[in-house]
Design a protein around this ligand. Structure first.
Ligand SMILES: [Zn+2]
Length: 137
């Protein structure tokens, strides 16, 4: 179900930490062009995800360390902050597949959906925003 989604791992100890990590997850969705979910706690099966992006270091929190080790053992796509910013922001709408400089991830259902252009966001707002992540996945 979570295939094609990136799990964003980092420190979520305080509400401010969680806010920071959620903001970082926007960049993950924006640069990898895939939906990004922030891991809160460690009750995740990393192999259900397309890959793992780590904010800062594995040592920031216990869940970071646990999920980091699991991703390492699963030999899956797993990058850190520095590698992430080596990717250019995606400028193709995941919904209509048109190039649009304003394409940006949308926060839907507790996660960032893949980048979509403003007109698709406007269209989707009138229908069910949940469809966006379904289309992107
Ligand atoms: Zn579009």
């Amino acid at each position: 179900m979570a295939r094609n989604t990136i799990l964003v791992v980092g420190n979520t100890t305080t509400p401010v930490d969680l806010e920071d990590l959620t903001a970082f997850a926007f960049d993950v969705a924006d640069r990898l062009g895939l939906p990004a979910r922030v891991a809160v706690g460690m009750a995740y099966d990393v192999t259900d995800y397309e890959g793992v992006v780590l904010c800062d270091t594995w040592l920031d929190s216990v869940p970071s360390a646990v999920l980091g080790v699991e991703a390492g053992e699963a030999d899956m796509f797993s990058i850190g902050t520095q590698e992430l910013y080596g990717f250019e922001p995606v400028k193709t709408c995941a919904h209509c597949l048109e190039d649009d400089d304003e394409a940006a991830p949308v926060y839907v259902g507790g996660m960032w959906a893949a980048p979509v252009c403003p007109s698709c966001v406007a269209t989707a707002a009138g229908v069910a925003l949940h469809g966006l992540s379904a289309v992107a996945a």
